[in-house]
Design a binder for this molecule. Structure first.
Ligand code: AMP
Length: 212
């Protein structure tokens, strides 16, 4: 099954992708994590992306599309995948389609801006493996340490309050239009995201016709 997770920054896409990936046994393709890894390893892509990401702006579509195309051609994506953070605007959606990349379902996590702004201040991420935690709702077993790989958790530069506001504006201006686009294709599933991680996961699986 090829899935897309849509939603504002901080809506819980990363967390839901992790639990869906476990149930469905398919990989998560997160463009944000791929870009952060490119920055960490100082690749050409990372150099191009860093300043844009730090200020909450999008990196160029061409860079995203070639990165995603290459990743989706890997053998582990043959049985399906979960896209987290892409497509992020209409032109990316159309570019993927014209490369023959199609989705079975698009899940939009619906969370109000005020809720997101409050939630983002508690987010902690692993700089090594990309796992995402929250100090109150999804805390790691050992404070400040990644459950998955043991690395020290950090606050993302782009989770600063002013940057979060800007990212929400960019989401409303550019990404939200994708809901209509996929609704017209009959693929959109709206999921109320202001609930516990387990409740949201259960609803997503139910909307896909699966039970846990
Ligand atoms: P995320 O981890 O998905 O919130 O992404 C973090 C940042 O990476 C975004 O604010 C953008 O700067 C960049 N980014 C990730 N995915 C995309 C995309 N599909 N198109 C453009 N920029 C992206």
């Amino acid at each position: 099954m090829n899935l897309v997770l849509l939603g504002a920054p901080g809506a819980g896409k990363g967390t839901q992708a992790e639990s869906l990936a476990k149930v469905l046994r398919i990989p998560i393709i997160s463009t944000g994590n791929m870009l952060r890894e490119a920055i960490r390893t100082e690749t050409e892509t990372g150099k191009q992306a860093k300043a844009l990401m730090d200020t909450g702006n999008f990196v160029p579509d061409e860079l995203i599309i070639s990165m995603v195309r290459e990743r989706l051609s890997a053998p582990d994506c043959r049985g399906g995948y979960i896209l987290d953070g892409v497509p992020r605007n209409l032109s990316q959606a159309q570019a993927l389609e014209s490369c023959g990349i199609h989705f079975d379902a698009v899940i939009s996590l619906e969370v109000a801006d005020a809720f997101i702004e409050a939630r983002m201040t508690g987010r902690r991420v692993c700089p090594a493996c990309g796992a995402s935690f929250h100090i109150s709702s999804h805390s790691p077993k050992r404070e400040g340490v990644c459950d998955v790989c043991g690395e020290r958790l950090v606050i993302r530069t782009d989770d600063a309050p002013e940057t979060v506001k800007h990212r929400l504006t960019v989401y409303h201006e550019q990404t939200e239009a994708l809901k209509d686009y996929y609704r017209r294709q009959g693929k959109l599933h709206l999921i109320a995201g202001e609930r516990s991680i387990e409740e949201v996961s259960r609803d997503i699986l139910k909307s896909l016709g699966m039970k846990r």
